[in-house]
Design a protein around this ligand. Structure first.
Ligand code: ZN
Length: 288
């Protein structure tokens, strides 16, 4: 369990301000407050989101505008549409439907990365797409990122990474410099979104569920990680890929992905496609 030293007093104040007078079950109080207030973390043993959905969307909108200012979107409507359709299929099985998921491709052949912002704004880099071999692998990465949104992981990770006050100043539109700073940190050479181990485990588990339910072979989630590790070795083996900053390819993670795969019936998995040919035609042949 994580606690937030710097924010604890502020959290207590928020809860005191709004929690006095009524005494329903503890969990109900916590969850109800989180709908309207920022700043919930570990409270009375229950882990909850640090941002309301509205705040998350506001933050995501601001940061996505900054991302699109700092990066070039790929100028290819077919590939953008292809990635968007894969994303929408995956997002349609997400239990979280109070955000509008969007999917865009950034043209940066050397950046092997993909990330989702709070509020469901996702970006995939052409550098990642080039090292993948089939549609299921791309869907695997995207499913994992959708799961971070569905699991409401951003409030916790971004507040921990950038600080509560910076995040709130962006949500409130108070400080354009804070937004630029966050954008630069997020998109820099070592930039990434840092999630907790628990959040990563949940994103793998939930992401694989989305992948399987959308009809892809769940093994793709493991093969993509191995492929990225190979690519990293090819580049010198220093875990230099941005995607590894937040998602290290550990032995434990491989083991766990394998265990997750085996939870799905083999006879169904064996029938589910990876769409290698379609991916080659729509993406690899075009990006060359
Ligand atoms: Zn992740």
């Amino acid at each position: 369990m994580r606690s937030y030293g710097a924010n604890d007093s502020r959290l207590s104040l928020l809860f005191l301000d709004h929690g006095l007078g009524k005494r329903p079950a503890k969990g109900v109080v916590t969850l109800a407050l989180c709908v309207t207030l920022a700043g919930c973390a570990i409270f009375q043993g229950i882990q909850v989101s640090l941002l309301s959905t509205e705040q998350e969307i506001e933050l995501g909108q601001q940061v996505s505008a900054e991302v699109e200012k700092q990066e070039n979107l790929l100028d290819n409507t077919e590939i953008q549409a292809y990635v968007r359709e894969i994303g929408q299929r995956l997002a349609s099985v997400s239990p979280r439907q109070d955000v509008k998921y969007t999917f865009k491709v950034i043209d940066a052949p050397d950046k092997v990365n993909a990330f989702a912002l709070p509020g469901g704004f996702m970006y995939v880099y052409t550098g990642l797409m080039r090292v993948l071999e089939n549609e299921a692998e791309l869907a695997g990465v995207m499913a994992h990122e959708i799961a971070h949104v569905a699991g409401r992981h951003h409030g916790e990770s971004m507040t921990r990474q950038f600080g509560y006050s910076l995040i709130m100043s962006i949500v409130l539109g108070e400080d354009p410099n804070a937004l630029a700073k966050l954008g630069t940190e997020l998109l820099g050479a070592t930039g990434a979104m840092y999630y907790s181990r628990d959040n990563e485990r949940e994103a793998d588990q939930l992401g694989m569920k989305f992948l399987f339910e959308t009809g892809y072979k769940p093994e793709a989630m493991l093969s993509v990680m191995q492929k990225l590790a190979d690519e990293d070795r090819r580049r010198g083996g220093t875990r230099s890929l941005p995607i590894f900053a937040s998602h290290p390819p550990t032995e434990e993670r491989s083991q766990r992905l394998q265990e997750l795969i085996e939870q799905y019936p083999k006879e169904v998995r064996d029938r589910q496609p990876v769409y290698a040919e379609r991916y080659r035609q729509k993406v690899l042949d075009v990006l060359e």
